[in-house]
Design a binder for this molecule. Structure first.
Ligand SMILES: Cc1cc2nc3c(=O)[nH]c(=O)nc-3n(C[C@H](O)[C@H](O)[C@H](O)COP(=O)(O)OP(=O)(O)OC[C@H]3O[C@@H](n4cnc5c(N)ncnc54)[C@H](O)[C@@H]3O)c2cc1C
Length: 397
């Protein structure tokens, strides 16, 4: 009889891979989590991560259930209580607030590193999860009896199922020859954090402009300086990205303040800018016999709706539920894994289509489209029922 080192191996311990391991904590399944980089659990609390995420209420629910949310420190968390979206004409706007949606918060802003820390702390308390880091997988073989993953130190690991949670350039996906169509947006997400002169009152703000999409996300107040802060994501073309990265701190703060119409007064740079290339990734299938892909390994979206990692947490909720309800001997069966694929297909495709469509609509210089998109924003703003449906979908999907 075949012996396994674990029922499943998860390759990649980013937010999605770590969340999946945790979601299977109180099960009979044994898990090996392989992560290439050692986790950073200790960091300077006077500084702020450039990577900041809007976490939906549905993702918060999952993170609470798996024991990670309560480990996020309250002073690193900022609720979003309102959203203000503007087009590229003066009166084109769409506004939502938590009160009219009947909730206390629309979403939550948290740093990548803080959420990663919370997940890793919770994992340390998970007896059925063995973590190997830093780990570098070298080859992956599948046969009728199982999967064999060989590390670069020649250690062989046998399992019934391998999960690829290893990001947009997934090694697991490439080993399995799963085709991925990748469409670069020819845009970069330029991120940086700023102290601001005026309070943000928990509002996220977004400007859809012809030369890119600018988002300001509320950060928690820095208690020691009683300072208001916000995190910026500016999705823009390469020339604009190079210009922004080439500016000194004061010039960058001035340009960003101006681009947002000084809505938060004068700005001061607190975390230097970084840029991430943006692309749409769609794959032919997210499952094969003994293989499943989750998170960015399975899909990427434009960050204009802040939904990338939220989609990944949706994968985690669905796959964990399926694996919990399947006999361990069958977890690698293609027929079982196809249920996961079917359950996720619609949500992923819908989010990719909406984000892609909005990106195209606002990246277009055609004057008729320009008028239509601005009218569309104002029209939606005047329809409370439509607004409620939109916000409910964004909050709870
Ligand atoms: C500018 C920008 C802003 C964004 N804002 C938001 C937002 O507000 N809200 C939101 O929901 N999403 C947002 N996203 C998307 C979000 O960043 C991703 O969807 C999310 O990080 C994906 O998580 P993941 O765990 O799937 O992949 P990753 O974060 O890429 O993690 C993959 C992990 O696998 C490890 N790994 C990779 N290869 C190997 C290997 N061969 N062996 C072992 N380990 C390996 C890596 O070290 C890493 O830890 C944004 C993205 C960008 C670019």
């Amino acid at each position: 009889m075949k012996t396994y080192d674990a029922d499943l191996i998860i390759v990649g311990g980013g937010l999605v891979g770590a969340a999946l391991a945790l979601a299977l904590k109180n099960t009979s399944l044994s898990i090996i989590l392989l992560e290439g980089r050692e986790p950073v659990l200790d960091f300077d609390l006077a500084s702020w991560d450039q990577r900041v995420y809007a976490i939906s209420r549905a993702s918060r629910k999952l993170l609470t259930q798996i024991g990670a949310w309560d480990r996020v420190r309250a002073e690193r968390l900022s609720p979003i209580t309102a959203m203000k979206i503007r087009g590229d004409e003066a009166n084109a706007k769409l506004e939502f607030n938590a009160l009219e949606s009947g909730v206390d918060e629309l979403a939550y802003i948290v740093e990548n590193r803080e959420l990663q820390r919370a997940l890793w702390l919770a994992l340390a308390d998970s007896p059925n999860v063995q973590i190997i880091t830093p780990a570098e997988p070298e080859s992956l073989q599948i046969d009728h009896s199982g999967a064999t993953l060989t590390l670069n130190n020649q250690r062989e690991l046998h399992a019934r199922l391998v999960i690829g949670a290893d990001g947009a350039n997934s090694w697991v996906r490439r080993q399995m020859n799963i085709e991925a169509s990748s469409k670069p947006y020819e845009q970069f997400g330029v991120v940086a954090n700023f102290a601001c002169e005026k309070p943000h009152y928990g509002a996220a703000q977004q400007w859809f402009k012809t030369d890119g999409i600018l988002a300001w996300l509320p950060l928690p107040e820095q208690a020691s300086f009683s300072q208001n802060q916000m995190s910026m994501v500016w999705s823009c073309n390469e020339a604009r990205k190079n210009e922004l990265l080439g500016l000194d701190a004061a010039q960058l703060a001035a340009i960003v303040a101006q681009a947002g119409g000084k809505a938060l007064g004068e700005l001061k740079l607190v975390t230097p800018p970084a840029a991430f290339p943006l692309k749409l990734t769609q794959i032919q299938t997210c499952v094969k016999t003994r293989i499943a892909l989750v998170g960015d390994a399975a899909h990427t979206v434009h960050p204009l709706a802040g939904q990338g990692v939220n989609l990944g947490f949706g994968d985690v909720a669905e796959l964990a539920q399926l694996l919990r309800n399947t006999h361990p001997e069958r977890i690698g069966d293609l027929l079982v894994l196809r249920r996961y694929e079917r359950a996720r297909r619609e949500s992923v495709l819908l989010m990719q289509t909406v984000c892609d469509g909005l990106q195209k609509l606002f990246n277009n210089q055609n004057s008729i489209l320009k008028s239509l998109r601005n009218i569309g924003l104002g029209f939606t703003d005047s329809l409370p029922w439509i607004k409620r449906q939109l916000i409910r979908h964004a909050m709870d999907s």
